[in-house]
Write a protein that binds this ligand. Structure first.
Ligand code: UT7
Length: 316
């Protein structure tokens, strides 16, 4: 369990998905699947896929600009750029470095990509808080940006129907008034969820059932740990924001935590699983819809390849 000693405040949110929508029916023309199977087993109806000429940087930059505008801050006050992704444009330069340049940030802005798979954004918040503790600048930009369509095997119906492209971002600052606790974990496993880097077929391979079991045990436990350490009861939490992988996972988490599904935000119907982008996209959408209010308490939890998991108790 980790606590950001000075607390942490979310100052602004942003998100971006590429315009092209791919429906379940579209996929059923490519692989042996159908809308009914995908909807009942996952809750997903459609996802966004980028065009060939689009880059991870394009997605990240759009989300970052929206977050900065929402925060209403001077970008020169940004003291770090942390970008979570499993599929950067290049191994180096990092997407984060290119975001730093494109936004015209000072050269003294530490910028790096991190990979904690679908937990990446939650890891990124803690990494960014660490930078801010050493920075003269007030804000950090944390982004989850994923180009998963580039690593999908479009002949594998068990994976290609699940994922989508997109990016989400948040501007954060350290704040004594806003307590922040996080639980970040890792359990080395190279069987359940792998995107290889050293073969011709650099596609997502996943043992869906095993990841499902991992998720429905780890996420409720993490939620309970965060409720306990923050001195709250489950009823005190206004919103639970889980990684958007599968509706059935979120339903089971709600059941195990003993709380109504109404307080578990869901948008996977429209985006599919966008890995590290799913939680910041959800937060930004909630913010746009006016669902986030000052004084609210949130718990957000991601899980995925690694295996990794990452949760946080957030005060708005
Ligand atoms: O962000 C990373 C985290 N990843 C996840 O959270 C994924 C977690 N896992 C899941 O969401 C689910 O396990 C899946 C949605 C991936 C799969 O659902 P499932 O209920 O576990 O199905 P299954 O893999 O056990 O497959 C059941 C059947 C199989 O047929 P048989 O062997 O029973 O005849 C599959 O071949 O469904 C078949 N199937 C499909 N049928 C139509 C698998 N994919 C499809 C498909 N369309 N797309």
């Amino acid at each position: 369990m980790m606590q950001v000693k000075n607390g942490l405040r979310f100052v602004g949110f942003g998100h971006y998905v590429p315009p092209r929508i791919v429906t379940n029916d579209d996929l059923s023309k490519i692989v042996d699947t159908n809308d009914e199977w995908i909807t009942t087993r996952t809750g997903i109806k459609r996802r966004h896929f980028m065009e060939d000429e689009d880059t991870n940087l394009d997605l990240a930059l759009n989300a970052a600009k929206m977050a900065i505008e929402d925060a209403g801050i001077d970008p020169q006050e940004i003291g770090a750029v942390v970008l979570a992704t499993v599929r950067p444009d290049n191994m180096t330069p990092s997407v984060a470095c290119m975001v730093q340049k494109a936004l015209g940030l000072s050269e003294y802005t530490p910028s790096l990509d991190i990979n904690a798979a679908c937990s990446g954004f939650m890891y990124g918040l803690s990494v960014a808080a660490g930078f801010l503790m050493q920075s003269e600048k007030r804000y950090a930009l944390v982004i989850g940006s994923e180009t998963l369509s580039r690593v999908l095997d479009m002949t594998d119906r068990s994976t290609c129907i699940l994922f989508g492209d997109g990016a989400g971002a948040a501007v954060i600052e350290l704040s004594e008034k806003h307590r922040y606790f996080s639980v970040l974990g890792s359990r080395g496993n190279d069987d359940y969820l792998v995107i290889p880097n050293n073969s011709d077929k650099r596609y997502v391979r996943m043992s869906g059932g095993d990841v499902f079991k991992f998720a429905v045990s780890t996420v409720p436990r993490t939620v309970e740990e965060l409720i306990a350490v923050s001195g709250n009861t489950a009823e005190d939490i206004d919103w639970f924001v889980c990684h958007q992988a599968n509706k059935r996972i979120i339903e089971l988490v709600a059941k195990r935590v003993g709380q109504s599904l109404d307080r578990f935000y869901m948008n996977l119907e429209d985006y599919g699983n966008t890995s590290s982008a799913s939680i910041p996209i959800a937060l930004s959408e909630m913010n746009q819809k006016g669902l986030l209010k000052e004084g609210m308490k949130l718990i957000a939890v991601g899980f995925g390849g690694g295996l990794t998991w990452g949760g946080a108790y957030i005060e708005l």
